[in-house]
Design a protein around this ligand. Structure first.
Ligand code: DX5
Ligand code: ZN
Length: 219
């Protein structure tokens, strides 16, 4: 797969979300990354299924829905109904990660596991067959605009090797602190999808920043 850019709408202007989504799509976004936070798993509250449903009506690119919520199994059916194309769940948020992943796939979406920075890669050891993507958090989840945690470089490289040995179809997505200055280097570690919130929505025009990012990841 060619490397992709997934703008995170967490840093968009929520008062004109539809326009913001159309703008980043026109500017070259490959996915729309939607951060769902519940104020329990992470110390912030964002949006739920009704907003995802509204977004689905305007978006032309796939919705990459990142669940940062406790008890995700309870809400996965609602996000599937709302039109999520990829759903990421954190194993730190549920004792039943395999169940959550199979619910997502049965519902027709791509299933992804999201790992907090301190969660070891062996959390993936018994679920390789159940996943389409691994989302590596490169900041602690909860907020946009934080700095990339340098220790995550080694984690990305190790995951790349593991996937090359195990199942080459699994995508690697990184999320947090990605910007025009570090994206080229990060691409060289074998990342497939780059989430970027503040680096895109905080630096209009979006077409310029996404074009710069795409140039740097086309290696
Ligand atoms: C953080 C979210 C990210 C966030 C990234 O919990 O999962 O998707 O929007 O924001 P930036 O790109 O600003 O670090
Ligand atoms: Zn995210």
């Amino acid at each position: 797969m060619n490397k992709k850019i997934a703008p995170s709408i967490l840093s968009a202007n929520f008062a004109k979300l539809g326009e913001e989504i159309s703008s980043v799509e026109k500017a070259g976004a490959d996915f729309i990354h939607v951060d769902v936070m519940d104020g329990h798993f992470v110390p912030n509250i964002t949006i739920g299924p009704p907003v995802v449903k509204s977004i689905k009506k305007v978006a032309t690119k796939p919705l990459d829905v990142h669940l940062m919520i406790q008890n995700p199994e309870k809400y996965i059916p609602d996000f599937l109904d709302a039109g999520a194309d990829i759903i990421s769940v954190h194993p730190e948020s549920t004792p039943h990660i395999q169940r959550a992943l199979s619910m997502i796939r049965k519902g027709g979406a791509k299933a992804a596991v999201a790992l907090n920075p301190a969660t070891p890669l062996y959390a993936l050891d018994h679920i390789w067959d159940d996943i389409d993507m691994v989302l590596l958090m490169t900041v602690n989840p909860g907020f946009g605009g934080q700095s990339f945690i340098p220790e995550m470089v080694n984690k990305i490289q190790t995951l790349r090797k593991k996937i090359d040995r195990t199942n080459e179809k699994i995508w690697i997505e990184i999320d947090g602190g990605v910007n025009v200055d570090n994206i080229g280097q990060l691409a060289s570690y074998g990342v497939d999808i780059f989430v970027a919130g503040s680096a895109i929505f905080g630096a209009p025009p979006y077409s310029d920043v996404i074009a710069t990012m795409k140039k740097k990841i086309s290696i």
